[in-house]
Ligand binder design. Structure first.
Ligand SMILES: Nc1ncnc2c1ncn2[C@@H]1O[C@H](COP(=O)(O)OP(=O)(O)OP(=O)(O)O)[C@@H](O)[C@H]1O
Ligand SMILES: [Mg+2]
Length: 369
């Protein structure tokens, strides 16, 4: 799939811009703070309805405006004809139109446009705090499965409510039990989906990593919960019971602390390189290779599961990779529409591509060059 055209209205530092794109490679150049990342963000929100930068949608509205909108024309391989996607944000309100028809829920947007974003921030995923790795899992799963998106939203709401109940005096244990039940039910679905996704990603990224490291290293990704791996059941019902019992057992501790100690909101990805914990021991180069392998695996997984090519957003990341890794990345992109931003448009960069279109962004205006 690819984005043919995008129209921005009051989006970040864009006033009113309409621009068409190349099906293959789009190189977005411009000095710092001109709007390059903002443009990638506008493409990204077509896939998830929210930004990769912030959870506050209102930040995307241009200062001094009351709303912002992003209209795009996308073409999917399967359909072969123009599809119109429109998002309008007002403070506290989000409207989506698909081919002119208003969508009932945000999750109706999912499963249309698939994006993979890769920025210098993502290069740190191996050593960053667990929250970043959970966000990585959630982003991918939300794109692939609207039901996961709805479950995750429900889980987050229930968790926030339980945390309020924990701090309320006197504590009502009966009410907490009801919340434990609901959290265990939603949480067990989330955990099993994440495990399933990670199994697939592990296989793909392991192969890619093996090739990038010239067969010297073995990458493995495993889901890490509050339970011992050997105790982890495979059915939702069993996991639900296990999680419920854990929450009941830890209730007093949770009350003391004022938050919930166990559940998918505390889980992590265990990343190993040659059977050693990469989160602790990986070198800079090993971290970069592993992060790159994970991103390339994401692209392959979307291809496999959806039979569509995702859109790759490379925000200032190419210059962070050495020649070999740049080559490994670009070699895997056939068929993918690429948006690449750079503040340093040099001939060496351009020489890496055969077919491309160049854009320059200046103070919220885009033009082809
Ligand atoms: N809601 C908003 N309204 C108006 N301007 C905004 C809004 N949000 C962000 N901006 C401005 O947009 C400008 C461009 O941001 P952007 O992150 O796209 O820059 P960039 O071209 O990617 O720069 P860099 O090369 O430094 O990454 C910033 O100066 C920022 O202040
Ligand atoms: Mg930027």
């Amino acid at each position: 799939m690819f984005i043919k055209e995008i129209e921005l209205l009051n989006f970040r530092n864009y006033n009113s811009e309409k621009i068409s794109f190349e099906k293959t490679i789009n190189i977005i150049s411009g000095e710092n703070a001109q709007g390059k990342t903002n443009l990638l963000e506008s493409i990204y929100i077509l896939s998830l309805g929210k930004s990769f930068r912030s959870n506050r949608d209102a930040e995307m509205i241009r200062f001094g405006s009351h709303f912002c909108s992003v209209k795009a024309i996308a073409i999917y391989e399967k359909e072969g004809k123009d599809q119109k996607i429109e998002l309008v944000y007002k403070p506290g309100e989000k409207k989506i139109r698909l081919n002119g028809i208003p969508a009932e829920k945000t999750s109706d947007l999912l499963d249309h446009v698939y994006t993979v974003i890769f920025s210098p921030e993502d290069l740190k995923i191996i050593k960053d705090e667990p929250e970043k790795r959970r966000r990585f899992l959630d982003r991918e799963l939300c794109q692939l499965k609207p039901a996961y998106y709805r479950n995750l939203g429900r889980y987050k709401k229930l968790l926030a409510q339980r945390n309020i109940l924990l701090k309320k005096e006197p504590v009502n244990h009966d009410v907490l039990t009801v919340w434990n039940q609901a959290l265990a039910e939603t949480g067990s679905h989330i955990i099993l989906e994440r495990i399933r996704f990670l199994k697939q990603l592990n296989k793909l990224s392991g192969n890619i990593h093996h090739a990038i490291s010239d067969g010297k290293e073995k990458l493995s990704l495993n889901y890490e919960t509050c339970f011992d791996k050997k105790d982890l059941p495979e059915t939702v019902e069993e996991l639900q019971n296990l999680l419920f019992n854990r929450m009941q057992a830890e209730q007093e501790q949770d009350i003391q602390r004022g938050n919930t100690g166990s559940g998918p909101h505390r889980d992590d990805i265990r990343i190993e390189i040659n059977e050693t914990d990469a989160r602790r021991y990986a070198s800079q180069g090993q971290q970069r290779t592993a992060a790159l392998a994970m991103k390339l695996a994401e692209i392959e997984l979307i291809r496999k599961e959806k039979e569509e090519e995702p859109i790759l957003l490379l925000d200032d990341v190419l210059s962070e990779l050495d020649e070999k890794r740049q080559h490994d990345l670009l070699a895997k992109l056939e068929g993918v529409q690429l948006f690449l931003t750079t503040a340093d448009l040099n001939p060496l960069l351009i020489a890496k591509f055969h077919e491309y279109r160049l854009y320059q962004v200046k103070d919220g205006r885009i033009k082809t060059i």
